[in-house]
Design a protein around this ligand. Structure first.
Ligand code: AMP
Length: 112
């Protein structure tokens, strides 16, 4: 089981802000911005570059919900960023696809 599967199964505690049949949004344990959430598909896809055509619906749903969660927190007014890290150079540390939702401060570009 991946770390996020354990969180989804309530085996590991986490602050779950949103949950439906296919995704959850949890608060990142090591926040890099005042708001730092992870939107995670319940059925694990290891990483975005390994997603399959059959994952299309859940990936679309994940982005839609990331936008809705951001809006529910008022971040649509100030702006926010969605990030998906793939592999070593991308900074991936958990091999269960997740979309970072960052906001609450100006975010630099380009990223480090
Ligand atoms: P990534 O580096 O893109 O794979 O992102 C993994 C993220 O998971 C990091 O931002 C971590 O801070 C976060 N993380 C690791 N363990 C936990 C946990 N138990 N609960 C919430 N977030 C976590």
């Amino acid at each position: 089981m991946t770390l996020f599967e354990r969180i989804i199964a309530r085996q590991i505690p986490a602050d779950i802000l949103y949950e439906d049949e296919s995704v959850v949004a949890i608060r990142d344990i090591n926040p890099q911005a005042p708001v730092h959430l992870l939107v995670v598909p319940k059925r694990p896809i290891p990483r975005i570059g390994e997603a399959l055509p059959e994952d299309q619906a859940v990936l679309g749903h994940l982005l839609l919900k990331a936008g809705e969660v951001a809006r529910s927190l008022g971040l649509d007014q100030t702006g926010f960023r969605l990030v998906i890290n793939h592999g070593r150079d991308g900074g991936e540390t958990v091999p269960h696809l997740h979309c970072h939702l960052l906001g609450g401060r100006p975010l630099g570009w380009p990223p480090g």
